[in-house]
Design a protein around this ligand. Structure first.
Ligand SMILES: Cc1cc2nc3c(=O)[nH]c(=O)nc-3n(C[C@H](O)[C@H](O)[C@H](O)COP(=O)(O)O)c2cc1C
Length: 282
C-alpha cells in the first residue's frame, strides 16, 4: 500500500524498536548481527504522549508490568511510560534515521494541545513519513468519542503527513473509524487485547489485567480486519496482532489488510519481518 510517497507491506509495530530505533536487548543484538534490518522496513516508534507520562513500567522491576504467558504470548501493563514528545524528540530523530519508512506514534492529546504536538513531530529530523495516533492502549483510559473526534480533527488541520489511526479489538472500531472518516488516511488494527477478553474468567498475573500480545490474539486480529473490510471501509488497513509466520501474514492480507504489522514475534524471531517482506515481494 502507499503511505504518502512510500510503498509499504511489512511494518515493525510500536514497541519493537523503542523510541530510538534500536529497541531492547534482543532487537539491538539482532540489528548488530543483521538478522533484523529496520533500514529495509517501515516501523512505528514507541508511543509518546504530549507531556511526560509515568505509566506503569519501571526498569528496576519490569516483571510488574510484563509477564510471559507461554507459547510466545505476553501480557503487559506498560501504560505508555515515556518522557513526552519534547524530551523524546532527539531519540525519535535517531529512530527516523534508522528505519526506511519511519512512523511516529503519539497518544491522543487534548484538542488544545494538538497543534503543539504536531509542531514537535514536524521538528523531528530526519522527517517522519507519517503519524500514527494510538487511541487504543488497553492500559490507559481513552477519551470519550466526541472529544476524540475533536482532537483528531485538530491534528488533521495541523499536518499534511498521512494519519494512521490505531484501534483495538475491545473498541467499537467500525463506528469510531466512521466518525473519523474524513480526518484520517489509514486504519491500523489491532493493539494488544484485554486479558479479560482473551481469558474470560481467569485472573491476570498482572495488577490491572493488561493487554495480551502474541499468536493467541491472531484470530481476534483477523476477525477485526475482516469485519472492518466487510463494513465497506474504503481506506487502506494495516493488519497486525499475533502474526508470526508467512502464512499468517498472507491470511491477514487475504481478509482485507493492505500491509501487515509484526510486534511480539520479533523478540524471539527477529529475522521474521525482513523474511516475510522478502517472501511477499517474490
Ligand atoms: C511490551 C509492549 C509494548 C508495546 N508498546 C506499544 C506502544 O507504545 N504503542 C502501541 O501502539 N502499541 C504498543 N504495543 C502493542 C504492539 O504494537 C502490537 O499492536 C500488539 O502487541 C499486537 O501485535 P503482536 O501480537 O504482533 O505483538 C506494545 C506491545 C508490547 C508487548
Amino acid at each position: 500500500m502507499k503511505l504518502g510517497d512510500s510503498e509499504i507491506k511489512v511494518v515493525l509495530d510500536s514497541g519493537v524498536l523503542g523510541l530510538d530505533g534500536l529497541g531492547y536487548f534482543p532487537e539491538r543484538l539482532a540489528i548488530l548481527t543483521g538478522e533484523l534490518r529496520p533500514r529495509e522496513l517501515a516501523a512505528i516508534s514507541k508511543t509518546v504522549t504530549f507531556g511526560p507520562h509515568a505509566g506503569n513500567f519501571r526498569w528496576w522491576k519490569p516483571w510488574e508490568s510484563i509477564r510471559y504467558l507461554g507459547n510466545g504470548n505476553y501480557v503487559n501493563t506498560y501504560g505508555l511510560t515515556n518522557p513526552g514528545i519534547v524530551k523524546a524528540s532527539k531519540a525519535l530523530g535517531r529512530f527516523c534515521s534508522r528505519v526506511d519508512v519511519p512512523i511516529i506514534s503519539v497518544a491522543l492529546p487534548a484538542p488544545e494541545q494538538a497543534a503543539k504536538l504536531v509542531e514537535a513531530v514536524h521538528s523531528i529530523r530526519p522527517r517522519p513519513r507519517a503519524i500514527e495516533l494510538n487511541i487504543s492502549c488497553p492500559n490507559v483510559e481513552q477519551a470519550p468519542l466526541d472529544s476524540l473526534v475533536d482532537s483528531v480533527g485538530e491534528i488533521r488541520v495541523a499536518t499534511k503527513l498521512p494519519l494512521i489511526i490505531k484501534l483495538g479489538y475491545d473498541q467499537d472500531f467500525i463506528s469510531i473509524l466512521d466518525r473519523l472518516y474524513f480526518v484520517h488516511d489509514v486504519a491500523h488494527l489491532i493493539n494488544s487485547v484485554r486479558f479479560s477478553t482473551v481469558f474470560s474468567g481467569k485472573p491476570s498475573p498482572l495488577k490491572g489485567g493488561g493487554g495480551v500480545s502474541g499468536p493467541i490474539i491472531f484470530e481476534f486480529a483477523v476477525n477485526a480486519v475482516e469485519a472492518l473490510r466487510m463494513s465497506d471501509y474504503g481506506k487502506p488497513i494495516i493488519g497486525g496482532g499475533g502474526i508470526d509466520s508467512v502464512d499468517k501474514a498472507k491470511t491477514m492480507l487475504n481478509v482485507g489488510a493492505d500491509a501487515i504489522a509484526i510486534g511480539t514475534a520479533t523478540h524471539t524471531r527477529p529475522y521474521l519481518p525482513n523474511h516475510i517482506k522478502n517472501v511477499l515481494a517474490s
